[in-house]
Design a protein around this ligand. Sequence first.
Ligand code: SIN
Length: 290
Amino acid sequence: MPEGVSKVKSQEFSVAPMAGALGAEVHGLDASVLTGLSAELNDVFLEHKVLAIRGQDLNPASFLAFSKLWGDIHFYPYMTGLPEEPEVFEIRTAPDAKRVFGNRWHSDQMYDAHPCKATLLYAQELPPVGGDTVFTDLEASYEALSEGMKAMLAGLRIHCDPGDKTRYGGKTRAEWYAGDDMAVKLNGKDAAPPVAIHPLVRTHPETGRKCLFVGDQVQRFDGLTLEESAPLLSYLMTHIQRPEFTCRVRWEPGTLVMWDNRCTCHYAVADYVGQFRRMHRVTIAGDTPY
Ligand code: SIN
């Protein structure tokens, strides 16, 4: 078999890296017919961390069925899913939207005691141009640090508060999304569940690799004040955004993107004012970070 071509249950598909750090384009895989997760496909996912699987033709049921091959579903705590498939959540940005969901560097639900393992996002309606999703590799970010810095970070833990209003300009989620399409999806559960505390240097449960587990859902380091944490947090947030650690997914009709939240952050680019964008999303349950 030529290099870059893999086979899953008699389906040949090609895998081509999209950037030096992470991300791969997958062609020739039909997600709608897979009934099990092969070690080979899982290895491709673990190696590249972000897969843009092109040319899919899925409905909410077949999208969900493919998603479930990767684990149990993690319900998004603050918004409701589709009436026909509640485990599938729709992200909508109307032409006059004031907010774009996911327009910040984050790993999904870091504020949960068990943050999501993976997210699957399937394009429904796309703007003619723009609306890309950018990813950064938190393992490459960690590896690039000096040994002295790694030693200094080793014992730190991150404090992630789901009710943190600073992420929403001092507003609640309901106030933040008021008037936008996403507002109708809010389920009213805005009360803060417990704060999650995780190790800053996280070990991937499947590969054993270490990463810098930071994102905009981190307010401070456990045991340190906001002021004491701010300079280091700001440095780490800037560091993980270095272009060398990133890849950028350009959406096309039929694209399904899945990413590993245990070692990546992502950012939904809000550059399509006046256009519509609609995606279906499923999140997969994760474990306790260590
Ligand atoms: C997300 O943050 O989960 C959404 C990303 C996107 O819409 O591109």
